[in-house]
Write a protein that binds this ligand. Structure first.
Ligand code: PLP
Length: 408
């Protein structure tokens, strides 16, 4: 697979700013979009613009079919048993709020019940549970990390009690890039009669995922991190669990029938998809999944491992830079978390952008409890996708050295 030829699919990579190309190392925040995805979204507006599940006319039928096919594509992509196990939401954050609200509204959690997460979760897998701590008195517990920033599995096991109802973990940490052994964590959760929720926002774009082999009860991800447009995310849930749960939002399309004082709910997944959804983004998600499948998730993972190794070596050689993470491409996704011993994270990120259009992330990375515990003023994160190259990493390392020489 010639990954560099795929760069031609990304119009933004052809852009020059101040005569220089863009070096985009912020794909963990959102990925760039290929023309196939942009085209699919435009096709909806240009050719098939209609609401779904409503009209009997051709346009509505075409849009309904494409919307349903996007669910089917997502189901196949993660090896779900049925497309009815695929609920579309706005993003990963919304799916965590959906779960929290449904568990609460359906009395599936009560005072004293425990939700176990880890020390390096994204805010979207922390703050919704905090709401239930305040509202009904659940207990939120945090599994510790090892000194090498891998998850401390022993501590995770020790923290599970008979009150643990949910174990909710990230697959790949958005800060360090650490890959958690979700299969093993799922086994531990189920042995203790807890539900297992996986935050796959940082793994789905980068490696093959099989929800059945993980045995996840729920698994969440965002379209925009995997080439798709913003405004669409996926909650996978086992059918028997989704069937038992209360709806999240109420209104049009999520009902089967309505009388003045009562209503019955639509079949899955539409019971959880109230109102007009982001239809255009669903076209885009369908195209993104096709693109990733055609490229090959195994090949993407292999290529990103090489990039990560190269980046760890290059950044590791820069004086006064400290890297946080397992620093092993086998146990780490395409993310390098680092800081300079003197320069502020935002200053370094701004200088890279100014000098060579290099986009990295700086600050708390939406994981403030973890990142703030290392440096309360934030850290830097370079994150890669298959369209990045070793040459870009060379430019990045060179520019960092220049900036540090000048200011550090
Ligand atoms: C691990 C992880 N979980 C959840 C999210 C939230 O994703 P979104 O902002 O698309 O809801 C992110 C986004 O960076 C993430 O990295």
């Amino acid at each position: 697979m010639d990954f560099s030829s795929l760069r031609m699919d990304f119009p933004i990579l052809q852009r020059r700013i101040n005569g220089k190309p863009l070096i985009y190392f912020d794909s963990s925040a959102t990925s760039l979009k290929p023309k196939q995805v942009i085209g699919a979204e435009a096709r909806y507006y240009n050719e098939e613009c209609a609401n779904i599940h409503r009209g009997v006319h051709k346009l509505s039928e075409h849009a309904t079919l494409a919307y349903e096919n996007a669910h089917k594509g997502a189901a196949k992509f993660i090896n779900a048993k049925s497309w009815q196990e695929i609920v579309f939401a706005r993003n990963t954050t919304e799916t965590f709020n959906l779960l929290m609200y449904c568990f609460w509204a359906g009395n599936m959690l009560k005072s004293g019940d425990e939700v176990l997460i880890s020390k390096f979760e994204h805010h979207s897998n922390i703050v919704p549970w905090q709401f239930l701590e305040r509202k009904i008195g659940i207990k939120l517990k945090f599994a510790e990390l090892n000194p090498d920033y891998s998850l401390n599995m022993q501590d995770l096991e020790n923290k599970i009690t008979k009150n643990t109802k949910i174990v909710s973990l990230t697959h790949v940490a958005n800060s360090t890039g650490t890959i958690n052994d979700v299969k093993e964590i799922g086994k531990i959760a189920h042995e203790n009669n807890a539900l297992f929720v996986v935050d796959a926002a940082q793994s789905i774009p980068h490696m093959p995922i099989d929800v059945r082999s993980i045995n996840a009860d729920f698994l969440a991800f965002s379209g925009h991190k995997m080439l798709a447009p913003t405004g669409i995310g996926v909650l996978y849930g086992k059918k028997e669990l989704l069937e038992k749960m209360q709806p999240f939002m109420y209104g049009g399309d999520m009902i089967k029938s309505v009388s003045e004082h009562s209503a019955t709910w639509n079949d899955l997944p539409y019971k959880f998809e109230a109102g007009t959804p982001n239809i255009a983004a669903a076209y885009g998600l369908g195209a993104a999944i096709e693109y990733l499948q055609k490229t090959g998730m195994d090949k993407i993972r292999k290529h990103e491992k090489e990039l990560t190794k190269y980046a760890l070596d290059a950044i590791g050689k820069i004086p006064k830079i400290k890297i946080y993470g397992t620093q092993n491409p086998e146990t780490q996704g395409g993310i390098v978390l680092f800081e300079h011993e003197k320069l502020e994270a935002h200053d370094l990120a701004l200088a890279l952008d100014e000098s060579a259009n290099i986009a990295i992330r700086s600050g708390m990375l939406c994981a403030e409890p973890f990142v703030g515990s290392i440096n309360p003023r934030g850290l830097c994160r370079a994150s890669f996708y298959f369209y990045n190259t070793k040459e870009e990493i060379d430019v990045f390392a060179r520019e960092m050295q220049k900036i540090i020489k000048a200011f550090g």
